[in-house]
Ligand binder design. Structure first.
Ligand code: HEC
Length: 415
């Protein structure tokens, strides 16, 4: 029960702070479940971590998909599972207005492999391609980091104390650094010992450390939900914080360009920003569409900025040299909710988190051609991912408690 109560608090807090606008409205208003066998079970088994409106507000599922979703959150005896999935499939089938993926054929082979995260309901938030070929993830809701070796399938999880790790990156020595978004720390895990060290924010205004990334000199940069960008020097442990020029911003995705300059996107306005790596002075650039809300960012080798415009369903290109912007509607349309994005040379891969199942989309920036495949498990929102050394993409499927690998072959040499 204590476990469940903790989750309820966590999810309420995260919905408040992380999910902007009315995308989910998950949580608290009471839900009257329709009568029928299974109602009692659902009311008890499914309400310990979150409100029942998580079910009512979902896009609905087939029986098979309810079973898979349930199995990612709670272990139940077979008879209870059958009763719950039967009840849910009958009363909460796929809604007529659920967004369907629009798939595009193309020249490349894209294959997705997935692994279950051992601890249920971990909500693996971000994925990181380890230098040794492993796939790391942040198990945000169960306060741990995890690592799987895709060759052997060997998996290990590492507790992070009271911190709910949100984003992660790796230093040259193989330590994993993560943002402890709930307790305002940056954490450093030594995977050899399982020991972690925490670096608190130096000022109380700096809250919600969000996404971290190392620059070429080994400095860790990170965005904060409180409208700041931070910088941590691992050599001294010193943390510096810079507020964005505009008030009320939400710096979200962050990447470093080839010159060592951090760029971030503002998920609360039509804005992207760059940070002077020495003075930390921030320069903001306004995107042409006032409704743009760029969520994640990637930078191609030509130092051009790419972003996913989550609420509008676009991917965008911003060229810092010319200040010109160009946008493309994602294949599944305005409600495709493009989210995680990563580049392999001049080719982008990103997640459409709106359709069920989610898709992985390839966008060749030279030919401007799309290609896409579904995420076999459904994905249920891929929030941040990256390319590994082989040009494949490591994945974390937050809502279905899996991590994965998008393997790409026969890629035309456009790089
Ligand atoms: C141990 C905690 C826990 C239990 C028990 C639990 N859930 Fe969840 N549930 C989660 C977490 C964590 C998420 C992910 C929240 C997020 O990504 O925002 C989630 C998400 C969901 C979602 C949203 C998925 C989507 O489409 O975005 C649905 C629907 C859901 N749960 C249904 C259920 C049902 C049905 C049960 C009972 C069989 C259940 N949950 C029991 C933790 C739990």
């Amino acid at each position: 029960m204590r476990f469940g109560a903790l989750f309820a608090v966590l999810i309420a807090a995260l919905c408040y702070s992380v999910v902007p606008g009315g995308a989910q409205g998950r949580g608290q208003q009471p839900v009257n479940l329709p009568d029928g066998p299974g109602k009692e079970l659902v009311s008890t088994a499914c309400a310990t971590c979150h409100g029942l409106n998580m079910i009512a507000n979902s896009q609905g599922n087939s029986r098979e998909n309810w079973e898979a979703l349930m199995a990612s959150m709670i272990a139940l005896p077979a008879d209870q599972k059958a009763q719950i999935s039967g009840y849910l499939a009958q009363h909460f089938p796929v809604k007529p207005n659920a967004i369907k993926p629009v798939l595009v054929n193309g020249p490349v082979n894209m294959r997705v492999r997935e692994w279950d995260v051992p601890t249920l309901a971990s909500r693996p938030h971000d994925a990181h391609a380890g230098r040794d070929g492993s796939i790391w993830w942040t198990g945000q809701f169960t306060m741990r980091l995890g690592r799987v070796d895709p060759k052997t399938g060997a998996i290990r999880e590492f507790p992070t104390g009271k911190a709910t790790p949100h984003g992660l990156d790796e230093d040259r020595d193989g330590n994993i650094w993560y943002t402890g978004i709930n307790i305002n720390v940056i954490g450093k895990l030594d995977p050899r010992t399982g020991q972690y060290t925490e670096y608190p924010m130096p000022i109380p205004e700096a809250r919600g450390p969000h996404t971290p990334i190392f620059d070429q000199k080994g400095i860790l940069w990170f965005t904060l939900q409180s409208g700041h960008v931070g910088r941590l020097d691992p050599a001294t442990g010193q943390v510096r914080i810079q507020k964005t020029p505009t008030d009320g911003t939400y710096p979200y995705g962050i990447q470093i360009n080839s010159k060592g300059v951090p760029w971030y996107v503002d998920f609360r306005g039509p804005r992207i920003g760059s940070v002077d790596p020495v003075t930390m002075q921030i320069t903001e650039y306004t995107l042409p569409n006032a409704d743009a809300r760029p969520r994640r960012i990637e930078i191609t080798p030509d130092d051009v900025i790419w972003y996913t415009d989550f609420p509008r369903g676009y991917i965008g290109r911003f060229d810092p040299a010319t200040k010109q912007t160009k946008e493309w509607l994602s294949p599944s349309g305005p409600q495709s909710a493009p989210y995680a994005i990563a580049a392999v040379g001049n080719v982008l891969y990103y997640n459409e988190s709106g359709p069920r199942p989610n898709t992985l989309v390839r966008f060749d920036t030279r030919t401007e051609q799309f290609q896409s495949v579904i995420v076999p498990s459904g994905g249920i929102v891929l929030r941040h991912f990256m390319a590994d050394a082989n040009g494949n993409i490591v994945l974390a499927c937050s809502g279905i408690n899996k991590v994965g690998l998008l393997e790409i072959s026969n890629s035309p040499r456009t790089q």
